[in-house]
Design a protein. Structure first.
Length: 175
């Protein structure tokens, strides 16, 4: 499990989130993680990141390498609901299903999905941040359970993704 991110309002630079877009929201989350001491790296190519907007290399207590990854989904304030957040996740889910199904690797031209295949340095933790004010804790937990079940299903259906069966999935209560 990733440590809980805590920050003060003074640590947030509102100019980094200059527009109502995934890219601006991704910059905000990356800056918050860095201000909390995380050694994260982000990708500037919005929409072509393989479901990984931000990542950090990890070394667990047993000395095994792994990755923590963050996906950032902005939800417009006019559609600030559980359904809208779930809809943003379903876009990512469809892309992952489409690009992770072949045991030989992602389709030609889709190398950004390769980290999901790596069992030597596997994705161990997945956090998806929604720039939304969901109504209650149950909404966050419902999304978290849906996403966790998705990754377990991938691991069950595809032997080459078995290392994702115990992926630590978190939907932090954000924004």
């Amino acid at each position: 499990m990733l440590p809980r991110l805590e920050f003060t309002q003074e640590q947030v630079d509102p100019t980094r989130w200059g527009s109502s877009s995934d890219h601006g929201f991704q910059n905000l989350v990356r800056d918050l993680l860095r201000s909390a001491g995380r050694e994260v790296h982000g990708f500037e190519a919005a929409g072509n990141d393989g479901g990984i907007d931000i990542f950090e290399r990890l070394l667990d207590m047993d000395g095994r390498l792994g990755l923590a990854v963050w996906e950032c989904k902005y939800v417009s304030t006019s559609k600030n609901t559980l359904g809208a957040a779930r809809g943003r996740w379903l876009e990512t889910q469809r892309n992952l299903e489409k690009n992770l199904s072949a045991a030989t690797g992602p389709p030609s031209g889709q190398r950004q999905y390769r980290p999901w295949y790596d069992y030597h340095e596997p994705v161990r933790a997945y956090e998806i941040w929604f720039g939304a004010r969901l109504k209650n804790l149950d909404h966050f937990k419902a999304l978290e359970l849906h996403i966790r079940d998705f990754f377990r299903g991938l691991a069950d259906q595809h032997e080459h993704l078995a290392h994702l069966a115990n992926l630590d999935v978190t939907v932090p209560i954000s924004m």
